[in-house]
Design a protein around this ligand. Structure first.
Ligand code: GDP
Length: 312
């Protein structure tokens, strides 16, 4: 990937897209193509086709998606399925029609079966039933990676797909109802500390295990894959290979935010899938691994979060 190559980052305002823009710029890539939803609506087939015809990007990072935590996925089920299917189909098809050299599609670890053997290997895809709370999102993401695979098989294009584990970092969504666990609990602890409250509510039992990756590590890994990983009719996991229980995550956040009170577990909220740890041996064999540990990544994110609050 030449530093002058025209690189389209779809979803550049989101958690992943904004980290990609930071990483690409810091690595000397100066010709970035960025469009907001108002400028190019990725749900609109004609708008996407016109945009690709006019701009003809060389590389595409497809980081645009409708995303959210366990409750958002379970509530807005139709939107998660429809919007993610449309984004994937519109962008991947236009990239094929307009001769994009290489495209990287972002999936998610929730594409794997709910009761998958752990750690989850790439070949475990489609070997069992999905977790019901995020099945619509997962089906759309599976369709996206299958588009990459089958456009490669039929047309020979170099479209690859990466499946990241749970992510967190700068520009995350901190909405209490719709976000993922890490930003939600960071905000809850922060606000409870400010208000002098004695408890913070953690959804579910606290026993599920999750893997968390700092989004700046992910961005570095995605650029690595774009440069060094070609289509082998298969996609690749990207994660840290380490997991933590929701209870231990909550205790770490409580400590880093400096909240003195207690945790209360709300069993009326869903736990989601019991365990979700990626097997990242293929990625490690390629020569890349994540470098930011959870404590460091959370501390960085919390610094940014506090700055946002002060500015607001
Ligand atoms: P998931 O990884 O797709 O299940 O999505 P989440 O990040 O939303 O949830 C991960 C786990 O954290 C689930 O077991 C949730 O029940 C639990 N959790 C605990 N407290 C919270 C919270 O305040 N918000 C969210 N989203 N999840 C929470």
């Amino acid at each position: 990937m030449d530093t002058q190559a025209k690189i389209y980052v779809a979803g550049h305002r989101g958690l992943v897209g904004s980290a990609l823009v930071r990483a690409l710029q810091s690595q000397g890539y100066g010709n970035l193509l960025l469009r907001t939803r108002d400028q190019v609506d990725l749900l609109n087939q004609v708008a996407v086709a016109d945009f690709f015809a006019a701009e003809k990007p060389d590389y595409v990072f497809l980081a645009a998606a409708k995303v959210g935590g366990v409750q958002a996925n379970n509530t807005y089920r139709a939107e998660f399925l429809y919007e993610n299917l449309m984004i994937a189909a519109n962008v991947i098809h236009s990239a094929y029609q307009h001769d994009v050299s290489k495209l990287l599609f972002l999936g998610s670890s929730c594409i794997y079966p709910k009761l998958c053997p752990q750690p989850i290997r790439e070949q475990d895809l489609l070997t069992g039933f999905l977790e019901p709370t995020n099945e619509p999102y997962a089906i759309a993401k599976i369709a996206g990676l299958k588009l990459c695979e089958n456009y490669h098989r039929q047309y020979g294009v170099n479209f690859i797909a990466a499946m990241p584990t749970n992510l967190y970092g700068i520009n995350d969504n901190f909405d209490l109802a719709n976000s993922h666990v890490l930003p939600a609990l960071m905000r809850k602890f922060h606000e409870a500390k400010q208000r002098g409250e004695s408890t913070v509510t953690v959804w579910g039992t606290g026993t599920p295990l999750r893997e968390f990756m700092y989004v700046d590590d992910l961005a570095d890994g995605l650029i690595f894959l774009m440069r060094h990983y070609d289509h082998t009719a298969d996609f690749i996991n990207i994660g840290t290979g380490e997991e933590v229980s929701i209870q231990d995550l909550a205790l770490l956040l409580k400590e880093l935010v400096g909240f003195q009170g207690d945790l209360v577990f709300d069993g009326s909220k869903p736990d989601g899938t019991p365990r979700k740890l990626m097997d990242v041996s293929r990625l490690h064999q390629l020569g890349w691994q994540a470098k930011t540990d959870l404590r460091t990544g959370i501390a960085e994110t919390y610094r940014w979060f506090q700055q946002q609050h002060r500015d607001a």
